[in-house]
Design a protein around this ligand. Sequence first.
Ligand SMILES: Cc1cc2nc3c(=O)[nH]c(=O)nc-3n(C[C@H](O)[C@H](O)[C@H](O)COP(=O)(O)OP(=O)(O)OC[C@H]3O[C@@H](n4cnc5c(N)ncnc54)[C@H](O)[C@@H]3O)c2cc1C
Length: 326
Amino acid sequence: MEKFDVIIIGAGPSGLSAAKILGEGGKKVLLLEKNPKIGPKICAGGLTFKDFEFEIPTSLTERSFHSMKIHCFNKILEVKNKKRALVTTINREGLGQWMAGEIKKNVEIRLNSEVIEIGDNSIILKDNQEIGFDYLIGADGSLSLVRKHLNLPTKKIFVAIQYVVPEIFPELEVFFDKSLFGSGYAWIFPYSNHTSIGCGADLKFKEPTSLFTNFQHWLKEKKMDFDQAELQSFPINFDYQGFNFGNKFLTGDAGGFASGLTGEGIYFAIASGQEIAKKILDSSYKLSDLKKILKIKKEQEVLGKLLMFTFLRSKILTQYSFAKYF
Ligand SMILES: Cc1cc2nc3c(=O)[nH]c(=O)nc-3n(C[C@H](O)[C@H](O)[C@H](O)COP(=O)(O)OP(=O)(O)OC[C@H]3O[C@@H](n4cnc5c(N)ncnc54)[C@H](O)[C@@H]3O)c2cc1C
């Protein structure tokens, strides 16, 4: 049987960031991706300033916004930051391809390779091939097979739905309306030649069918008719319950690292992938950045609950949350 030091399932941001560090650290790594291409993903592609810690080239980004309009009830709040962009949009395929290109050593990437079964020290691919590992990283997203294998329930889910439309919008806007989106929000994230218009909410406060109906209602009210566009939807797991289970690890959405307040997950995926790779390379590694992201995540979840109950009657709370996290 073929065998690797580390098998990573999933070539999203968390799997790619873990692979780069493990390869550089001298581990023999196999990165398995079920899709034929690295990168494409249902996502609004909004990066906040934190993401640029990872030296993502600005040439990959589409549009940067130093101001954003926050709509709540009938008020519009404009948040501005002269020094840095509040949100920058990025094409997910471009991000994935760049991250894959940054992997230079000891990593074999296999596309069209869906893992269908996980054992103690080996995985089985759809074509029945069995491959062995010393360590396994589940970087396989919110519907993670590795998480299921570990019998970890996923109770905290942020559901996000979007249309990607060819219309170009001038401004980045977010819309809060508790009756429509619970503690979540709707967004308009413009790119150079298209726009992501979507909404997302914590399932605890809004179940998917009512979120979908409310989104359609909201679009109608805004006189936005996207009947021709395809509606895309995917869950975002934010139910973190640990990252290390014997010789198996969970990163990114598989580990529930995403934010339960905003549904933001790219930053948390890259950061958790890097940290877990460093821990595999050196068991005495202190995981200081992992602690930092878990702290941000916890603060955001408390804020999410506060917003749900005091919901935007408090302008100060809204301004605070946007100033702090965007
Ligand atoms: C509508 C929507 C909008 C969003 N907008 C934003 C945003 O604006 N900003 C932001 O930061 N985040 C956003 N997110 C969240 C973000 O997309 C995720 O948090 C992020 O992609 C998580 O990265 P990951 O590497 O953990 O998982 P993923 O990006 O999901 O990658 C997992 C990979 O694993 C592969 N895989 C899965 N199962 C298997 C298997 N069995 N075998 C082999 N391969 C497998 C998948 O094909 C995939 O490539 C959004 C999400 C949605 C749904």
